[in-house]
Design a protein around this ligand. Sequence first.
Ligand SMILES: O=C(O)CCC(=O)C(=O)O
Ligand SMILES: [Mn+2]
Length: 153
Amino acid sequence: MSVRMTSAGKYGWFSDRKGYRYVPQHPSGVAWPAIPESVLDLWRQVTGLDRQPDCCLVNFYPPGARMGMHQDKDEADFSFPVVSISLGDDGLFRIGNDSRGGKTESIWLGSGDVVVMGDAARLTYHGVDRIRPGTSTLLDAEGRLNLTLRVVD
Ligand SMILES: O=C(O)CCC(=O)C(=O)O
Ligand SMILES: [Mn+2]
């Protein structure tokens, strides 16, 4: 089972045979929907920034889905943090180092948890090893939703 993705904001995070990249439209040709005000409020609260994020990536992890260790490094300016909001079932988040390999730490993220990856942690390798189905009643279906907010330009 793999992670299902969609986006909101000026850009969406998209993958096809050419690889992953930010694109200004959904593949159907329509613009991505606006990032909800409540999500932008949370971004302002946790970052203290006036600059809004350009992309809200929406990841859905059905039972069995995982995300391999990676860096978020396709943005122009790494001085802006990445903010991630977890909703629904618990997910086992793993965080490592600035280069691949080495010691890692894992933490269960529950519904409502917010992670800010900024400053020295902005380019840290991270991933999600697994989710724990049935640990939240927030969503109708089993699974975990993660919203990842990023300044792209
Ligand atoms: O689901 C998560 O907690 C992390 C998501 C993530 O790292 C990403 O979308 O780049
Ligand atoms: Mn990431």
